[in-house]
Design a protein around this ligand. Structure first.
Ligand code: BES
Ligand code: ZN
Length: 634
């Protein structure tokens, strides 16, 4: 792999978006040289979610050393930071959200003055932590994460499959890691890292870095685990999980961790992962992270998946017994290029991570499961875009790919419109040229941040040929304008021909399709998605009995069924909703179900209130915040 090194000035500030050329190691470097990535300073690359001023002083390496205390639900220890400062810089600004700092010293043990500034309560930005450098290039911060650190979810044994041991996982994206790691928490400021974590036996610890050797038995009922990530990553990708977990290999560089009672089902579900990595490499170049492992977490995990390097985190709710939801695995794997290798410099450009990944995911699905499945999944995405645009208006400003905020419109814009943008470009220039272009984009921006403007410029310089093609592509309209451009490469209209006929037959004559049980999961979802909005209790009972909806093993389908049942105030589904919401914390399922209950006024609100009273404490901070907003009527 190419090492990145560059003169200090360039590392502190690079407006150029070229790859750094290798430079001779500096004479003063004491430790083995670490890879350092440049930062961007162009106006659109300035991250409003961080307090850091990386052009003045930036963190290049983080070394964590701490203990997990499951009884107190606390992580405490030290973070030692390497700092690269411009000449004359006296201080460095880090991000902190509630960190309890005991003291900060330099490498000689000298105390350094620091100050925690005003806290921004809205949105989790937290407060600036300003440290006087006084010539120091290494800072040792002794601290404790707050008891309510929103990046950390401490699970009781009852929230695990095994019911005996507690569990802990972290979730960094987007700006949660500042609640447990004192660093510059911005996607545009990459850092290498290492960690030593101690945990009580028999728990195992995994991280988004490579585990070093065997755990060390400390003789006091605890073990120490060490990890290294020698490639610079944005700090939202530092992640940790600890619990009673086992590992099972899939291929030479792939494997899965899960609780002992889940590992067999988890392993069977993700058995295609090695093949997916091979397919991904064939598309867009070498997998650069060494191992690709996954951990299947307890159902409280608030997302479907999270692309933590070398250790994707997954919800157990994707396990269907037939691999029908493992577009999810393809998605998190694809982030090893789009997101983890080339990263959006600011969260308003999330589509650079999620849209490019959703396109790439579909290409992996096509390579591993064939064109039919890929086209059906693309057609579901397209329907999602159209539904969202119909809901919010085709020219609503939030429907541009490049936004100045986060992405509030679910997955329709950053994910699906982003994917359809690349699909459209691919159709216009042809797959061969498009794939070569995307591969060079990853290669030339590896381990670096990027912006929408850079992406656009790179396409203009390295892909587009001639004015007619430039006009046909409508690149700026796709990236910077709301709505869906006219040249969109629509999905194959015949992708769901049979299902769409069955929907018509049901709508006009009430015919429940006998073929349903033989359909693909995407076909079943398409059918349920397109049923009439209003259904009577008798119709719901008949659909449930004939299609086996209550008994489905696929949680995506269960979710659609429960949603449609609640929208029609179908009492027999309430116990199932109660059970589902009591076990599952995945925000994508939980928040909409509470929303439907809330919408159903005098029927639904008492049910929502009763269920939430017992489930709220078991949800992750992200899920809880989402449901709180629903229950506040926002
Ligand atoms: N990176 C996201 C998860 C995420 C997004 C965390 C925004 C925090 C803020 C992850 O790759 C993702 O997109 N997960 C999806 C699955 C995917 C198949 C659409 C999810 O969790 O549903
Ligand atoms: Zn993603």
């Amino acid at each position: 792999m190419r090492r990145l090194a560059a003169p200090l000035a360039l590392l502190l500030a690079s407006t150029a978006c070229t790859t750094m050329e290798a430079a001779p190691p500096t004479a003063s470097a004491p430790q083995p040289e670490r890879m350092i990535s440049p930062i961007l300073t162009s106006p659109e690359a300035v991250d409003a979610s961080t307090y850091a001023e990386p052009q003045v002083a930036r963190v290049t390496h983080v070394a964590l050393d701490f203990d997990l205390d499951f009884a107190a639900r606390r992580a405490s220890g030290t973070a030692t930071l390497d700092v690269l400062a411009a000449s004359g810089a006296n201080e460095i600004v880090l991000d902190s959200n509630g960190l309890e700092i005991a003291r900060i010293t330099d490498s000689a043990g000298r105390e350094l003055a620091y100050e925690i500034g005003n806290m921004v309560e809205e949105g989790g930005k937290g407060a600036p932590l300003t440290i006087q450098l006084d010539g120091a290039t290494t800072l040792r911060i002794e601290y404790r994460a707050p008891a309510d650190a929103s990046a950390l979810q401490w699970l009781s044994p009852e929230q695990t499959a095994g019911k005996v041991h507690p569990f802990l996982f972290s979730q960094g994206q987007a700006i949660l890691n500042r609640t447990w790691i004192p660093t510059q928490d911005s996607p545009g400021i990459r850092q290498t890292w290492e960690a030593r974590i101690t945990a009580p036996k028999p728990l195992d610890v995994v991280m988004s870095g490579v585990r070093q050797g065997e755990p060390e038995d400390l003789g006091n009922g605890r073990r120490a685990f060490t990890f290294v990530m020698d490639k610079p990553v944005p700090p939202y990708l530092i992640a940790l999980a600890a619990g009673d977990i086992d590992f099972r290999a899939i291929g030479p560089r792939t494997g899965v961790w899960a609780e002992p009672s889940v590992i067999a089902r988890a392993h069977a579900e993700v058995a295609d992962t090695e093949e997916m990595v091979v397919a991904a490499e064939k598309l867009y170049g070498e997998y650069r992270w060494g191992r690709y492992d996954m951990i299947v977490l307890p159902p409280a995990f608030p997302y479907g998946g999270m692309e933590n390097p070398v250790m994707t985190f997954l919800t157990p709710t994707f396990i269907a017994g037939n691999r029908s939801n493992n577009g999810l695995v393809a998605h998190e794997l694809a982030h090893s290029w789009s997101g983890n290798l080339v990263t959006n410099a600011v969260w308003g450009d999330s589509w650079l991570n999620e849209g490019v990944t959703t396109y790439f995911e579909n290409r992996i699905v096509e390579a591993v499961y064939g064109k039919k499945r890929a086209e059906q999944e693309a057609a579901l995405m397209y329907a999602n875009i159209l539904d969202t645009l119909a809901e919010v208006g085709g020219d609503a400003p939030g429907t541009a790919l490049s936004t100045d905020g986060g992405y509030e419109l679910g997955s329709a814009i950053a994910y699906d419109k982003g994917a359809f943008f690349l699909r459209t470009v691919e159709r216009i220039v042809g797959r061969t040229r498009f794939d070569a272009w995307l591969r060079q984009w990853f290669d030339n921006h590896a381990f670096q941040p990027a912006t929408s403007e850079m992406f656009h410029k790179d396409m203009m310089v390295n892909l587009v040929q001639g004015e007619a093609e430039a006009e046909a592509l409508m690149l700026r309209e796709w990236i910077f304008e709301p709505g869906l451009p006219a040249n969109v490469a629509k999905p194959d209209p015949t992708a769901f021909a049979e299902v769409d006929r069955a929907v018509t037959a049901y709508t006009s004559a009430g015919t429940i399709p006998a073929a349903y049980s033989g359909w693909t999961a995407a076909e079943q979802m398409r059918f349920l998605d397109n049923l009439p909005k209003e259904l009577t209790a008798d119709q719901l009972a008949a659909l449930d009995a004939t299609l086996g909806l209550s008994g489905t093993g696929n949680n995506e389908i269960r979710f659609l069924w429960l949603e449609m049942a609640l929208e029609n105030r179908y009492d027999p589904a309430v116990p199932q909703v109660d059970a589902f919401l009591s076990e599952v914390g995945r925000a994508k399922f939980v928040r909409p179900l509470f929303q439907v209950l809330w919408n159903e006024g005098e029927w639904g609100r008492p049910i929502a209130t009763r269920i939430y009273a017992k489930t709220r404490d078991s949800y992750h901070a992200v899920t809880r915040a989402g449901v709180d907003r629903v229950m506040d009527g926002e």
